[in-house]
Write a protein that binds this ligand. Structure first.
Ligand SMILES: [Fe+2]
Ligand SMILES: [Fe+2]
Length: 398
């Protein structure tokens, strides 16, 4: 397996970084990319408007959604106190992947100064070196000479990569642009949303009155990259169902895009939100993240994003359902269940039923959930059981 290792300050990670990583992945036929945000020594901390190490890490994770191959973000340089050397990082990576072919990706400046790094011979032994360049690069000759020198001196394996989709922006320029309310086009949607949500680089978005575009970016920034497709699918399906069954379409979209906004949080973070917003949990809810994220997600939609009560309640009931659900609540419950990326036995039948009759769709969805949980030996929340009984009675099913 070929693994590309790409380090950088990533403050913030932008389309220039991603284009370079994608070009490397394609030309080296990498199976995997590893992004490693650099440790920035405190005395070099760029400016007051720099992101914190954890935020640079979070943004890199969000950016992996837009990379063409499997990608992972490692915090091993951020963890290290004091000086951080590439040779130490490569030793750690080699230990983790002793059998794999490691490729260290770097820009022109880094490549040309490679021989001045700490332990260049160790680096050259543990990894092959790939430098970004363009055929029109004024440094091309110098780089070719450096290839020969590094091969001769350290036995290094080197490759010059063509970076055809070069995006001409530096992080410094981008931070400045963001301060002025520009620069969005250089960022992926979730990374931009993260910057808005955290108010980084002098952005001062009012999260309670975001444009539709910005709300989508902010919502996607709350997710694990693998969940983005599901949430976009849920929002689109919710709009379709709202149109079909006469629920407000904009509210359906808002609830769809935000419904899983706390899904990735761990137990301690969920409980912290419950504390902050005065949310009470029953015994079962205290144990199940799946139940918690509907409760905390609704609170975040209300408190952070200023959503209306109808949107908040659709998010609140999207996991369990309840008796006497509003049309919008049903729409979100079912859109979450049947959106296009869902694939489980019975989903086609459920989709068909939902498009024929919303309440019969609810009954089938609730029954499928209960059956699945019982098969897994998981306790079913009373809200779900009560919802099932209510729809069963309404449909005249015993
Ligand atoms: Fe959910
Ligand atoms: Fe969901």
């Amino acid at each position: 397996m070929k693994i590309g290792i790409y380090g950088g300050t990533f403050d913030p990670i932008h389309r220039g970084h991603l284009a370079a990583a994608a070009a490397a992945a394609e030309q080296l036929q990498l199976d995997q990319l590893v992004l490693i945000p650099d440790h920035v020594p405190p005395h070099k901390t760029l400016s007051a408007s720099s992101a914190l190490p954890q935020q640079r890490l979070d943004m890199a994770v969000l950016a992996t959604a837009d990379l063409p191959c499997k990608a992972e973000v490692l915090d091993l340089e951020l963890q290290r106190q004091g000086k951080s050397y590439t040779s130490d990082t490569l030793r750690a990576l080699h230990q983790r992947w002793p059998e794999e072919e490691l490729w260290l990706l770097m820009g022109t400046d880094m490549f040309l100064s490679f021989h001045t790094w700490h332990e260049p011979e160790v680096i050259a032994q543990l990894a092959s070196l790939a430098a970004f360049s363009r055929s029109a690069d004024p440094h091309r000759r110098e780089m070719e000479a450096q290839c020969r020198y590094l091969q001769k001196t350290y036995g290094a394996r080197t490759v010059l990569l063509d970076n055809p989709h070069l995006v001409e922006i530096s992080s410094t320029q981008l931070r400045q642009a963001l301060t002025e309310g520009k620069g969005r086009e250089y960022l992926t949607e979730p990374v931009y949303g993260y910057i808005l949500r955290k108010g980084l680089y002098g952005t001062q978005a009012d999260l309670r009155h975001l444009s539709r575009e910005d709300l989508q970016a902010a919502a996607l920034s709350c997710l694990k990259p693998k969940r983005i497709r599901h949430v976009l699918g849920t929002a689109a399906t919710a709009v379709e169902l709202a149109r079909r069954y006469g629920a407000p379409e904009e509210a359906a979209w808002q609830a769809g895009i935000l419904h899983d906004c706390t899904k990735k949080l761990e137990l301690d973070e969920q409980l912290e939100l419950c504390c902050r917003y005065g949310l009470e949990l029953d015994d079962l809810q205290r144990q199940a993240l799946k139940l918690q994220h509907a409760i905390t997600g609704a609170a975040v939609a209300r408190e952070v994003f200023g959503m209306s009560p109808e949107v908040v309640s659709a998010i609140r009931w999207h996991t369990t359902g309840r008796p006497e659900m509003t049309v919008l609540e049903k729409v979100i419950y079912l859109a979450d269940y049947i959106e296009p990326s869902r694939d489980f036995p019975g989903v086609e039948q459920l989709r068909q039923t939902v498009y024929e009759d919303l309440d019969r769709g609810m009954l089938l969805g609730l029954e499928m959930t209960i059956e699945e949980m019982q098969e897994r030996g998981s306790p079913v929340h009373q809200d779900t059981l009560r919802a099932r009984d209510w729809f069963a009675e309404k449909e005249g099913v015993k």
